[in-house]
Write a protein that binds this ligand. Structure first.
Ligand code: HEC
Ligand code: HEC
Length: 301
């Protein structure tokens, strides 16, 4: 009888101890993950004047379209929930038109170019690393457009991080968006090279590097798809490149999946001049060295 009572008592103690350890573990993961999200360097001051003329606003709309803001934030900028991103429980791209009206230009710029949210925490799913090389004038035009955009009210769920993401954050095995943004390499085109090549590099480094590697030379990191080294464009005749940009259909007609989606949503809106500039720059890539010691291409030879 007393043996049974002792055994029960020990079992209860063991369960209580386990529960306490589990709670301590969960609280630690939460606290450490929040500490990482708050471990951000303050961004440099942003004081560009936000234009109000219609030409700048139209240019801002063009940038917003070609840089994919509509694709993620909704075609009316009304916001969108990404329940299916398995590494986050629920990423929520906010209502961008409403957000732009509610916040200062510097707050928007910190999110767009530096991966820092309005609450001072680093962003996680917003691809700010893709916008690092947008110049002040482009950011200002984009903010002008966003502030002028009509707000479409739309119910959105609250964002939430899953335990797996929190675990990565706590151990800092995955980077938050400011850390990503800081690792974007500089431009490689020299000042002695042609203007269209320079413009093409800036375009590529603020659109294609979202997927094709931070340096455009291919990415194998964390994607089950492997967007190739864009030196492949040297093998594209001009007409085929135009078709790829306008429709997402490559030479041979294969279905490129995500590439097709972004070509139709974003690149189809490039001006003729922009497609020419991109083509001019990307065709110089085979003559430029490729870094191999970079984290976004761990299997590179
Ligand atoms: C791949 C999808 C994606 C694209 C492309 C994208 N965003 Fe986002 N954005 C998000 C998500 C998701 C969030 C919510 C924060 C997070 O999860 O990192 C967000 C958050 C934001 C925020 C709010 C940050 C805060 O303070 O909470 C702003 C501002 C923003 N995005 C602007 C833009 C602009 C401007 C563009 C285009 C240049 C753009 N985004 C392109 C997904 C995207
Ligand atoms: C949102 C992600 C994404 C962006 C942004 C993106 N791509 Fe891609 N791209 C892909 C993926 C994924 C593939 C590979 C698809 C496959 O091989 O199945 C690809 C493939 C390609 C190919 C190879 C086509 C072939 O013949 O096999 C070219 C060329 C290309 N992209 C050009 C570009 C250019 C130029 C840009 C910028 C203007 C760009 N991509 C931006 C995802 C992207």
């Amino acid at each position: 009888m007393s043996l049974f009572r002792d055994a029960t008592r020990w079992l209860v103690r063991a369960i209580a101890l386990f529960a306490i350890l589990a709670v301590i573990g969960l609280v630690s993961v939460f606290v450490l993950s929040e500490a990482y999200l708050r471990d951000v360097a303050p961004p440099p001051a942003f004081s560009a004047v936000i234009p109000t003329d219609s030409t700048s606003i139209a240019y801002g709309r063009h940038l917003t379209r070609t840089r994919g803001c509509f694709g993620c934030h909704g075609q009316q900028l009304e916001g969108q929930v990404f329940d299916y991103w398995p590494w986050v429980k629920r990423a929520v791209a906010p209502n961008l038109a409403a957000f732009a009206k509610a916040h200062e230009p510097a707050t928007l710029e910190a999110a767009i170019r530096h991966g820092i949210g309005h609450d001072g925490r680093a962003l996680w799913s917003m691809p700010s690393y893709n916008f690092v090389h947008l110049p002040d004038s482009a950011i200002a035009a984009m903010i002008a457009f966003l502030k002028s955009a009509e707000v479409e009210e739309h119910e959105l769920a609250e964002p939430a991080f899953g335990l797996r993401t929190r675990w990565w954050m706590a151990r800092r095995t995955e980077m938050h968006m400011q850390d990503w943004a800081e690792r974007v390499p500089g431009m490689v085109v020299g000042s002695d090279e042609q203007d269209n090549i320079r413009r093409g590099e800036r375009l590529a480094m603020t659109t294609c590097n979202e997927c094709h590697g931070l340096d455009l030379r291919g990415s194998t990191a964390e994607m089950d798809i492997s967007p190739p080294d864009l030196a492949i464009v040297a093998a594209y005749p001009w007409d085929d490149f135009v078709k790829l940009m306008r429709t997402g259909i490559p030479i041979g007609g294969r279905d490129l999946g995500l590439m097709k989606v972004v070509a139709q949503d974003r690149f189809a809106h490039f001006t003729e001049q922009e497609v020419e500039d991109l083509y001019a720059f990307l065709r110089t890539l085979p003559n430029r060295p490729v870094a191999s010691d970079v984290f976004w291409r761990p299997e590179a030879e």
